[in-house]
Design a protein around this ligand. Structure first.
Ligand code: PEP
Length: 249
């Protein structure tokens, strides 16, 4: 049984004060769910968020990490630093990082191994652009991202991993993939992982991300291979994010 995991990616939003306010509102609203709840603030608000979430069932994740642990890498933040702050999760290879900061499947792979080395749960993002979808290349792109970005895992790591399928054309646009389209690609991701790593891939949780809202979460979660969601815009509002987390009610 895969426990659903719903994560909020706050992107470049929220000061420490706002982060505290948001988590304080959220805590009582997500107290009784069987879903794993994660919020991913910007680096500057991680400590405040961890503090505000202490004793609740909200875990905290970062939005990125660097693959080296220490050294002359101005501006970077490493796995040991995130662990030190109390992070449990880290998003890797979000399409905005691929688009604006030159991340590739090779850098995603290095970051994945760094996260696992420090017992951070990686949430690795994959997904096609609109042009790739329209050219009929969705499955080729996603296969390459999975085969190259997720290579070199050992038994025990595949079940820890979380993958987020996020079609780039659905992120922040209000356009959601249909539940059936999302299920098709996510089943394909699981099949690709199974070809690489065998039956352990049945335990890997695969989220959908891209304009997830309270109105569409239940249909997405009803699909057999969708194990949660990575939520951007709607995670900035406690009521909306809680409604997504409590999709069963
Ligand atoms: C995201 O940032 O990963 C995302 C899916 O954003 P949104 O929910 O706003 O589309």
């Amino acid at each position: 049984m895969r426990r659903p995991v719903i994560a909020g990616n706050w992107k470049m939003h929220n000061t420490t004060e706002k982060a505290r306010e948001l988590v304080t509102l959220l805590r009582p609203l997500v107290g009784t769910t069987g879903v794993e709840v994660v919020v991913c603030p910007p680096f500057t608000a991680i400590a405040a968020t961890v503090n505000a979430a202490a004793g609740s069932n909200i875990s905290v994740g970062a939005q990125d990490l660097f693959w080296e642990d220490w050294g002359a890498y101005t501006g970077e933040v490493s796995g040991p630093m995130l662990k030190d702050l109390g992070c449990r999760y880290v998003i890797i290879g979000h399409s905005e990082r691929r688009q604006y900061f030159g991340e590739t499947d090779a850098t995603v792979n290095k970051k994945l191994h760094a996260a696992l080395r420090h017992e951070l749960v990686p949430i690795v993002c994959v997904g096609e652009t609109l042009a790739e979808r329209e050219a009929g290349k969705t499955l080729d792109v996603v296969r390459r991202q999975v085969q190259e970005g997720l290579q070199g895992l050992v038994p025990g790591q595949v079940e820890t991993l979380v993958v987020a399928y996020e079609p780039v054309w659905a992120i922040g646009t209000g356009r959601t993939a249909t539940a059936a389209d999302a299920q098709e690609v996510i089943a394909f991701i699981r099949e690709t992982l199974r070809a690489m790593y065998g039956e352990e891939a049945q335990a890997t949780r695969i989220q959908y991300g891209g304009s997830v809202k309270p109105e569409n979460i239940a249909e997405l979660m009803a699909q057999p291979d969708i194990d949660g969601a990575l939520v951007g815009g709607a995670s900035l509002d406690a009521i909306s994010f809680a409604a997504i987390v409590n999709y069963k009610e």
